[in-house]
Design a protein around this ligand. Structure first.
Ligand code: SAH
Ligand code: SF4
Length: 369
């Protein structure tokens, strides 16, 4: 198996520079939280409660045309329409898989494309969201990483993915919705917009999603983990660990050259967890690179240092990556090893859906914390 050498991105640290932003000539109302919408209507000489009404229509009902806002007078709608944009990212392609999930391609206002995945379960629905077009982190096994960074998604575009997916699957609207920032991009490299989206999505006047059901996954941007820990209300944290030695992690994840495994463990140990909160450790299994039994034992030792649960992700092959997925037998052995170490472990299959794989079923070890 080919293991690449140190990545040049580690020296240039593109994640330290802000990513470009969406350039937009028109006021996009989906970018605004409820307070900002109230202020906007007040400035137009309208009562502030119009802001609440419009927020509810945009976020809770997912309306995308002024015609749907019947409680707003026709005259006012005629004034608002040319002065603002209430569109959501346009779904241009949807691919359903046999496991029930649907991958959607979105076209954004400037023509850029991102992906989101809709995953219905019996009692909840999980939506996987993108946070950036491309990604600056350059992980060598990741198709998005190979694109480089194009730009941040705006808060409205992040929220818009949720609204567009719920509109596309109206029958599922009533189920509890979970969100995971595990699509394109590094959410901690776009934390301001991700947190604004979080704030809008958890507003009870809008979709009112539970903060505990929103998870942000990072490749290990320690400066961002520290910032995230400072918010009183925040998403749950998942870390893409993906390797258990600094040598191998630095070869596949350039960010490890800046914050190595010890720096990461230290950041996680200091991350202020709520009672019963656990950090998810994602671990991509690359055959012959990160999937040895010795890796499994080191992963167990890392995970035992703080309240955690492990999500093994068999490598999803893409052209030119040079990596291979692990064997089913190895996935099973690693599951067993981790469960025997007292850890909770699941295996993520195909396009983001967690199903029981070689483990036979979701393997839960006794809770350590
Ligand atoms: N940038 C963030 C979130 C998006 S990536 C992060 O890296 O955490 C979401 C998950 O997909 C990460 O755990 C990443 O390691 C994993 N991943 C990326 N490319 C993959 C591939 N080809 N096969 C399997 N998992 C992959
Ligand atoms: Fe970016 Fe995550 Fe892909 Fe790494 S794995 S390149 S951080 S999207």
């Amino acid at each position: 198996m080919k293991v690449p050498g140190p990545h040049p991105l580690a020296a240039s640290r593109p994640w330290d520079r802000p990513a470009p932003e969406l350039a937009t000539p028109v006021l996009r109302l989906r970018e605004l939280d409820r307070k900002e919408l109230r202020a906007w209507f007040t400035a137009l000489g309208e009562p502030a409660f119009r802001g609440d009404q419009v927020f509810e229509g945009l976020q809770r009902h997912g309306w995308t045309s002024w015609d749907q806002f019947s409680q707003v007078s026709k005259d006012l709608r005629a004034r608002l329409s040319p002065a603002s944009d209430i569109s959501v990212p346009v779904i241009t392609e949807s691919i359903s898989s046999s496991d029930g999930s649907t991958k959607h391609a979105f076209r954004l206002a400037d023509g850029q494309q991102v992906e989101g995945v809709y995953m219905p379960y019996a009692r909840r629905t999980t939506l996987c969201l993108s946070s950036q077009v491309g990604c600056a982190m350059g992980c060598t096994f990741c198709a998005t990483g190979l694109m480089g960074i194009v730009r941040n998604l705006s808060a409205g575009e992040i929220v818009g993915q949720v609204v567009a997916m719920l509109n596309a699957h109206p029958a599922e609207g009533g189920a509890g919705v979970n969100l995971v920032f595990m699509g394109m991009g590094e959410p901690l490299h776009n934390l301001d917009h991700v947190m604004k989206a979080f704030h809008i999505l958890t507003d009870p006047a809008g979709l009112g999603l539970s903060p505990r059901r929103i998870t942000l996954s990072t490749s290990g941007l320690v400066s961002g983990i520290e910032r995230l820990g400072g918010y009183a209300k925040r998403p749950r944290l998942a870390l893409s660990l993906n390797a258990t030695t600094d040598d191998y992690r630095s070869r596949i994840m350039p960010v490890n050259k800046v914050w190595n495994l010890e720096a990461l463990a230290d950041a996680l140990l200091h991350f202020p967890l709520d009672k019963s909160e656990r950090i998810t450790l994602e671990y991509v299994l690359l055959q012959g690179v990160t999937d040895s039994l010795e890796d499994g034992r080191r992963l167990a030792r890392f995970a035992q240092r703080f309240p955690s649960k492990i999500n093994l992700i068999p490598f999803n092959p893409h052209e030119g990556s040079g990596f291979e997925p692990p064997t089913e037998a190895r996935i099973g052995e690693l599951c067993q090893l981790l469960a025997q170490a007292g850890l909770t472990v699941s295996v993520r299959r195909s396009r983001g859906q967690d199903v029981a794989g070689a483990c036979g079923q979701l393997v839960r070890g006794p809770r350590k914390h």
